[in-house]
Design a binder for this molecule. Structure first.
Ligand SMILES: Cc1cc2nc3c(=O)[nH]c(=O)nc-3n(C[C@H](O)[C@H](O)[C@H](O)COP(=O)(O)OP(=O)(O)OC[C@H]3O[C@@H](n4cnc5c(N)ncnc54)[C@H](O)[C@@H]3O)c2cc1C
Length: 512
């Protein structure tokens, strides 16, 4: 995106500012950003993160602003899409606007998810205001509201972030079709460290096949971010004030799934979780992350899912402790980079990422062969949802998810495999599992839930069944229902951790 004739550079100070007092850690991070470059204008921005959705000519001369349509990466700092938009705006000496399109419903999301998201966006809006950047909350689908916004505000160039899932991809396509031809439209992968389309040009088979590709490219992409700075070109008309509480009336979502207490939404709270992970839990990540009674996980998934915290920032901070906790840091990089980006790759390249047809042929075959096997128990969706099966560990895991919006990672595997065992078909298992996962998990509706190694789709049979079977479909005994798919049982869990303790912690109450 270039405009034929650049204007004279404005003499402006681009010092970052923030009225909320930064913590010591935030101040150190901000200093690191400043060391990377005073602003993104002076930064050597890696264009491989960007791809053009629609070409458009050079920026038109009468452009009045650059717009960042924020979707998935709901944060200001450490956001390559935001930075790219600011870079364009600084170069063209134009105001920068940011908008978010609030859709009335999204898959199985409930008020639990919407409140988490909207409270995070409120923080984004405040931070934007401090940086002289207008933030607009548009009610409705992007295809219906963005083209009008673009015309009304004289948007000269549009930037958005990237999500490999079907619906958000469709939103981008819909906007591309309706955007005036003279408005170039760029997309930036601000969620992955190695951009999804760069990491691999095809669907990868397993962590084993993508790991080397990711690690080879980390030196190029795992860099410090420059800061998003106070924007020197104010908008001609400021954004309308946002009636945050009133937005809720536009939503068509289930209000019965309540917010959770332990997870405070927003970037500041997410960064505090990262800080506590490094200080308190990182040391035991490599040894205790498969024990649901131990506090060893990062707990970052809700903030990573909503883009309130950047995975790249989490990795940069965690890696500073490799000298003390080598095994834990390496294990965290494996989960948060390799496995996570594998899931992105799966959803991006496999259009059946959430259905049984997405599974490899051998996996579909093994399941078909066992389709008529007698199920020891058959549960309805309601029985599963209420956690009233015969298995107290499964019920406890389900109740952890319902109450806290986050089931422990190890139990997610057990949980999904049992749904396969206790439902009429793999298709039904997958449908129930996705419904429950996306309705209750704060991190639900994420590529990790469909595609990553050892994730929902893998376990429930669609998608990449590589995980269940180790590297391939070898080495596991043929079992009823599961065929060649790796099995898990209660006795195995008992050998791994104190199952009774976990069951007591998430025992049913009368109201459940
Ligand atoms: C059946 C099933 C369903 C799942 N559904 C989801 C989901 O909806 N959303 C979701 O984000 N994750 C999902 N996962 C993956 C994983 O369980 C969670 O990411 C993890 O438990 C989140 O907790 P944490 O951030 O404390 O994890 P940590 O262990 O601290 O890991 C840090 C980050 O690494 C990534 N990660 C960890 N494990 C995996 C994995 N196996 N595959 C891909 N990325 C991983 C996540 O981004 C996670 O936040 C699912 C796994 C299974 C088996």
């Amino acid at each position: 995106m270039r405009r034929g004739q650049g204007k004279r550079k404005a003499e402006v100070k681009e010092e970052p500012c923030a009225s909320r007092r930064r913590t010591e850690e935030e101040e150190a991070i901000q200093e690191a950003r400043r060391r990377a470059a005073p602003s993104v204008r002076e930064f050597k921005y890696n264009k491989k993160r960007v791809r053009l959705v629609s070409q458009g000519p050079d920026l038109k001369d009468d452009a009045r602003c650059i717009l960042y349509w924020m979707c998935r990466d709901q944060r200001v700092q450490d956001n390559w899409a935001f930075l790219y938009a600011q870079r364009l705006a600084l170069k063209q000496e134009l105001p920068l606007r940011v908008c978010f399109c609030l859709v009335p419903k999204f898959l199985e999301a409930t008020i639990r998810h919407y409140r988490f998201m909207l409270r995070g966006l409120q923080e984004v809006a405040e931070e934007c205001a401090e940086l002289n950047i207008s933030f607009h909350l548009l009610l409705g689908y992007a295809k219906d509201v963005l083209p009008t916004f673009v015309a009304e505000h004289g948007v000269g160039g549009l930037v958005t972030d990237f999500n490999p899932l079907r619906l958000p991809r469709q939103w981008v396509e819909d906007v591309r079709e309706r955007l005036p031809e003279d408005v170039p439209f760029a997309q930036v992968d601000a969620h992955n460290i190695v951009p999804c389309w760069v990491a691999s040009p095809k669907q990868e088979y397993s962590a084993r096949t993508i790991r080397g590709k990711i690690h080879a490219q980390l030196p190029e992409f795992l860099t410090e971010f420059p800061p998003v700075v106070r924007h020197p070109h104010p908008p001609s008309c400021p954004a309308e004030p946002i009636a945050w509480e009133a937005c809720y009336s536009s939503l068509q979502v289930d209000h019965t799934v309540k917010e959770v207490e332990w997870a405070t939404p927003g970037t500041a709270a997410g960064m505090a979780v990262l800080k506590s992970f490094i200080a308190e839990r990182l040391k035991s990540f490599s040894t205790h992350r498969n024990d649901p009674n131990k506090a060893a996980l990062s707990n970052l998934s809700p903030w990573l899912h909503f883009g309130q915290v950047s995975t790249q920032r989490a990795i940069l901070e965690v890696q500073k402790h490799r000298r003390n906790y080598k095994d834990s840091v390496d294990a965290f990089v494996e989960e948060a980079v390799v496995r996570r980006e594998l899931a992105e790759n799966f959803c991006y390249y496999n259009e059946n990422y959430d259905s049984v047809q997405g599974a490899y042929d051998w996996a579909q075959t093994t399941l078909k062969l066992h389709a008529k096997d007698k199920r020891p128990y058959l549960y309805s969706l309601q029985e599963l949802e209420q956690g009233t099966t015969h298995d107290p560990l499964w019920n406890a895991a389900q109740l952890q998810m319902v109450r806290e919006g986050k089931m422990h990672g190890f139990l997610r595997m057990y949980w999904a495999k049992k749904i396969l065992e206790w439902t009429r078909s793999p298709e039904e298992a997958l449908q129930f599992a996705i419904y429950l996962n996306d309705r209750y998990e704060l991190d639900g509706r994420d590529p990790n839930g469909y595609g990553g190694e050892l994730t929902l789709v893998s376990l429930c049979l669609a998608g990449c069944l590589w995980s269940i079977c180790g590297i391939h479909d070898q080495g596991w005994a043929e079992r009823p229902i599961f065929g060649k798919i790796r099995y898990m049982n209660y006795a195995g869990c008992k050998r791994k951790f104190d199952v009774d303790r976990f069951e007591r912690r998430y025992a049913p109450t009368h109201s459940q």
